[in-house]
Design a protein around this ligand. Structure first.
Ligand code: SF4
Ligand code: SF4
Ligand code: SF4
Length: 370
């Protein structure tokens, strides 16, 4: 049974209360270090940072609605080998789910991690966040709508499209869960934990309203997702339309680099495999009359889809990284939805669910052979 407590908040300073809570974990030696979002260079950027001293947490920005990297990747880098240290990692729902997938893919080890999952109302594109800060706006004001589960973006700005259709507002399954939605924000923050914490906090009862609000958030975002996927599938019913829709792809690989699930140390698309011999290009051009250069752009996307559709967690960082503003996450998420349903699998749901493509079942997909 989870332990439920309230976080004491002074003067409605939720971020300050969260920093104090995190500092308490470090001071008590409950963790050796914390991987948390921090403002390190200037005000315009918030990035993951490894913090060892409680005092250094003054630059921690736990509520900044921006995600420069998927924290799961950094957590994997710190824990894939045993250093004898335990790291507390601050994770949004999509980051926790990516970490579960990376653990199953042997790219991280939860044994060395205390997962601290936080409710998420959504994040802005990096450039929008920086522009808002430059214009003197407060991006974290988004949280004003936390009590009703309604993100309130600043005038003229929208949340990332992946966030608008993210059905996971809470980080279920984290060791410590920070509840912000459906409570009396900024006067109430719920802290749930599976085991006693080293920081003394008053006991809490989960307000019934929180469940109602979370349900509303899920329904609203699921409806948005279904509408986006339906429009996408109608617009791109086959490979020919996909090639046309992705005609402005410059094959820069940004989407792959940003993706937490694309972990291969040597991606085949970054080897000379697709640097064909000159004769080959001329043969293709002769056969087709005209050859698009560089070649293999569609093959890049289809191969990546083939490799990771079962583990896509819908974080949308692929799309945020695309210089051509292509709907990469919509493509990947919509294919992932179909593939994961085929295997009754949900990326990041549980460590116990076996990875579909790493598991052989004789009685699986039998109708495909008929
Ligand atoms: S995809 Fe979901 S969990 Fe991730 S940042 Fe957006 S709203 Fe938050
Ligand atoms: S980031 Fe965009 S332009 Fe670059 S390879 Fe991916 S889809 Fe193409
Ligand atoms: S394909 Fe895109 S949405 Fe899916 S996990 Fe990778 S970066 Fe996130």
């Amino acid at each position: 049974m989870a332990i439920q407590t309230w976080l004491p908040i002074e003067g409605e300073d939720v971020a300050g209360a969260l920093r104090k809570f995190l500092a308490g974990l470090l001071t008590a030696g409950y963790v050796d270090a914390l991987l948390v979002p921090c403002r390190l260079v200037g005000e315009e950027a918030v990035t993951p940072a490894l913090v060892e001293s409680p005092e250094a947490l003054e630059v921690c920005e736990p509520l900044a609605p921006v995600m420069s990297h998927n924290m799961a990747v950094m957590a994997g880098r710190l824990t894939v080998m045993d250093t004898g240290r335990r790291v507390g990692v601050w994770l949004r729902p999509c980051e926790l789910r990516a970490l579960i997938e990376l653990t199953k893919l042997h790219q991280a080890t939860l044994d060395h991690i205390l997962t601290i999952g936080v409710d998420c109302l959504g994040t802005y594109e990096l450039a929008d966040y920086a522009a808002m800060v430059r214009a003197g706006k407060q991006p974290a004001e988004l949280w004003r709508g936390a009590a009703d589960g309604e993100a309130v973006p600043a005038d003229g700005y929208v949340l990332r499209s992946a966030c608008r259709m993210c059905e996971y507002p809470t980080a279920a399954g984290a060791d410590i869960r920070i509840g912000l939605l459906g409570l009396d924000f900024p006067r109430q923050v719920l802290v749930e934990s599976e085991e006693p914490l080293p920081v003394e906090l008053p006991p809490a009862e989960m307000p019934a309203r929180r469940q109602e609000v979370l349900e509303r958030v899920r329904e609203r975002r699921t409806a948005e997702r279904d509408a986006v996927f339906a429009a996408w599938r109608a617009e791109v019913p086959d490979l020919r339309r996909l090639a046309e829709r992705f005609a402005t792809c410059i094959r820069c690989h940004n989407c792959m680099v940003a993706c937490p699930i694309c972990y291969c140390k040597e991606c085949i698309f970054r080897t000379p495999t697709f640097d064909h011999e000159p004769e080959q290009y001329f043969r293709w051009a002769e056969r087709r009359g005209v050859l698009r250069m560089p070649t293999d752009t569609l093959l890049f996307h289809i191969t990546r889809l083939n490799h990771m559709a079962t583990s896509c967690v819908g974080c949308g960082l692929c799309e945020s990284a695309c210089p051509s503003h292509l709907p990469v996450a919509t493509l990947f998420r919509s294919v992932a939805q179909s593939v994961q349903a085929l295997f009754n699998y949900e990326a990041g749901r549980s460590l116990e669910d076996e990875l579909p493509l790493a598991t052989f079942r004789e009685d699986e997909l039998t109708d495909l052979g008929k």
